[in-house]
Design a binder for this molecule. Sequence first.
Ligand SMILES: NC(=O)C1=CN([C@@H]2O[C@H](COP(=O)(O)OP(=O)(O)OC[C@H]3O[C@@H](n4cnc5c(N)ncnc54)[C@H](O)[C@@H]3O)[C@@H](O)[C@H]2O)C=CC1
Ligand SMILES: O=C([O-])CC(=O)C(=O)O
Length: 310
Amino acid sequence: MKVTIVGAGNVGATCADVISYRGIASEVVLLDIKEGFAEGKAMDIMQCATTTGFNTRVSGSTNDYSKTAGSDVVVITSGIPRKPGMTREELIGINAGIVKSVADNVLAHSPNAIIVVVSNPMDTMTYLTLKATGLPKNRVIGMGGALDSSRFKYYLSQALQKPSNDIQGMVIGGHGDTTMIPLTRLASYNGSPVSNFLSQEELEKVAASTMVGGATLTGLLGTSAWYAPGASVAYLVDSILNDQKRMIPCSVYLEGEYGQNDICIGVPCIIGKNGIEQIVDVQLNDAEKALFAKSADAVRNMNADLKSVL
Ligand SMILES: NC(=O)C1=CN([C@@H]2O[C@H](COP(=O)(O)OP(=O)(O)OC[C@H]3O[C@@H](n4cnc5c(N)ncnc54)[C@H](O)[C@@H]3O)[C@@H](O)[C@H]2O)C=CC1
Ligand SMILES: O=C([O-])CC(=O)C(=O)O
């Protein structure tokens, strides 16, 4: 199975590293516009093969899309990341043009690929990719909810003083500092509701930390995060390529689901070899439905800014 990652920067290269280390795909192509950059990242990753023990072939390309031909999955991580103090939404001006041209280029060589959109503002870039390419909705998947959910479980694990892997939880809604919805009511510690162990005040603190999880890291690192984002993309790609049918919150095009239409936003999906195979209705309560509607309004407003590219 072949995966192309366009944008060999922090997130793209980390994703290639995790995919090869875990043997998720037999071939990974990294592509970037910076001369020699993707080739260098690929060579560096390949030089781990004997010490970490993998057989995935990783290669790099400077803007030569012919090398990406026949990819099963294409990940778009090209574009600029935010700097401390910025929102993801402020990236739209530069990233919209990049994402649209990249989507056109990859499809010309891999007409059957499933596209995973990572560049920010991710929900808007996913909507742009879907509309610009005309692909069916199952083949355009925005990655944000997998990462936000892993951060939610991290903050829950810190509050509970228990391992993250014993915690279940999901974040839906937009992938933005104010639009994310950590589903605290449905989160559990090995099946017991987390509200059995944490006060309302502690749970609200966990939710607030989760929502600004990306901004916190951007403040600490000077650019946005990459280890957890890259690993989250690899996790999603694994479910597609290996037809795992995991339930992962992803940004997908809604046509009535969760009361929304003509928008890409995070909801729980079954992810398998056909991409989005099902959108799961987790039965939100009235308060959660109101938060989702508010989040959708904000995400929809951003889509209006795509007029110049669509
Ligand atoms: N959806 C999510 O959960 C997350 C999204 N992101 C987003 O992912 C994007 C990438 O972030 P980083 O890897 O940290 O940035 P980075 O700056 O390290 O890497 C971006 C790469 O894209 C390349 N690039 C730019 N235009 C290109 C084009 N037209 N064709 C091919 N390559 C091109 C650049 O040369 C650069 O190497 C950002 O927009 C960031 O906001 C980052 C983390 C999580
Ligand atoms: O915070 C950012 O800008 C990058 C991102 O989407 C994340 O790490 O969640």
